[in-house]
Ligand binder design. Structure first.
Ligand SMILES: Cc1ncc(COP(=O)(O)O)c(C=O)c1O
Length: 375
């Protein structure tokens, strides 16, 4: 067995979701708040576009970097919405944003190189860094999700990459311009690349996230996808916009692994970008209502919880081991993800996804309250 994988753990979020589903299959009454994807169906205009492509023979290999129409549409979207000046030829369409994250770490890191990841951070960054031979340097975010001021102390000769994720999974925090500028300055001072994972950019509540690629275009790889904004998680489609040398490396990895993203799926993605956006707005409105109920419910049971400004997760603080809490909640019929999955400094939090019906959320909060207060 390759030693590269010795340090990589099985995805804790997927493991917990599997365990919860297994308990459900056994007939246990479990309300699951582990979900990392919208509980809505893909909008019908997108399904129809992919269906049409499938029926009209778009079933052959696609160009390795993606179909040109989609790459150009993504470049136009990035220009209009994110102020990024990236040509379509630097856009790589990938089988999901996760795959793009791996391509970046695999393209940039040499054995022993370091990558800065903010804690809490999404579970797969650390795994992708390790699988690429690198080392994760965890930097604890502040409780409100903002970044610590003294970032340069984490940089040394081996540091190559910083990973940003705003809105953040698991905390729902959105970085303000000041923090983004600080990371841009750090990148300039030390020649570091930034991977900006913007997959939750459209699921935000009264804020507009800033794309760091508008400040340091030559050093940023912007990653995004369709899973969250368009409820297309199972379609496996995402993208990266990268400076030319990074793009070329990423393309090589895609050519020799995935070949290309699924051809007819790309026509669905094209419709997602070019078609009506009302379903995104509608989904966001519902998420916001749920967020308010969740945050109030958590605070009412005495848990400290920041108001998430984006994504669909709440990130309350718990006293003691988060895994013990997750087990306790599971016994009470509520599936949550322990904070320990999201970094070494996050064992005092737990993640609650509110990609579930309002009914389930209210019932789940009742069960949690009994568990926390013993009432
Ligand atoms: C922060 C973050 N980035 C990337 C992804 C992966 O997205 P995709 O489904 O496009 O691979 C997820 C999915 O949970 C995520 O939470």
């Amino acid at each position: 067995m390759s030693s590269r994988l010795d340090q990589v753990e099985e995805s804790a979020t997927l493991r917990l979701a599997d365990l919860t589903n297994e308990l459900k299959r056994q007939g246990k009454d479990i309300l699951s708040f582990n979900l990392g994807e919208p509980d809505f169906n893909t909008p019908s205009n997108i399904v129809e576009a992919a269906e049409k492509a499938l029926k009209s023979g778009k079933t052959h290999y696609a160009p390795a970097a993606g179909i040109p129409e989609l790459r150009d549409a993504i470049a136009a979207k990035l220009k209009n919405e994110n102020k990024l000046d990236v040509p379509g030829k630097n856009v790589l369409v990938t089988p999901g944003a996760k795959q793009a994250v791996f391509y970046v770490t695999f393209s940039l890191l040499e054995e022993g190189d370091e990558a800065i990841v903010f804690d809490p951070g999404w579970v797969s960054y650390d795994a992708c860094i390790k699988m690429s031979g690198g080392k994760t340097v965890w930097v604890k975010s502040n409780e409100d999700g903002s970044l610590p001021r003294d970032l340069s102390k984490y940089v040394n000769k081996k540091t190559k990459l910083i990973i940003l994720n705003s809105p953040n999974n698991p905390s729902g925090a959105v970085l303000d311009t000041k923090d983004i500028r600080m990371v841009a300055d750090l990148s300039k001072d030390h020649g570091l690349y930034v991977l900006s994972d913007e997959i939750y950019e459209k699921i935000v509540y009264d804020v507009k996230p800033v794309s760091i690629g508008s400040m340091i275009p030559d050093k940023t790889v912007t990653i995004n996808g369709f899973s969250k904004a368009y409820a297309m998680a199972g379609w496996r489609i995402g993208y990266a916009a990268a400076p030319k040398p990074v793009f070329q490396n990423m393309l090589k990895v895609q050519q020799h692994t995935a070949t290309s993203p699924t051809t007819f799926v790309q026509y669905g993605a094209l419709e997602a970008i070019n078609g009506p956006q009302d379903s995104v707005e509608n989904m966001c409105r519902q998420f916001k209502e749920r967020r308010d109920v969740v945050v109030k419910g958590l605070r009412d049971m005495g848990l400290q919880c920041e108001t998430p400004l984006g994504a669909f997760y709440a990130w309350p603080k718990v006293k003691g081991s988060s895994e013990k809490w997750a087990e306790k909640f599971l016994e009470a019929g509520v599936g949550l993800t322990p904070g320990s999955a999201f970094g070494p400094h996050s064992d005092d939090h737990i993640r609650m996804s509110y990609a579930s019906s309002m009914n389930d959320i209210k019932k789940g909060l009742e069960r949690m309250k009994k568990c926390v207060t013993g009432a």
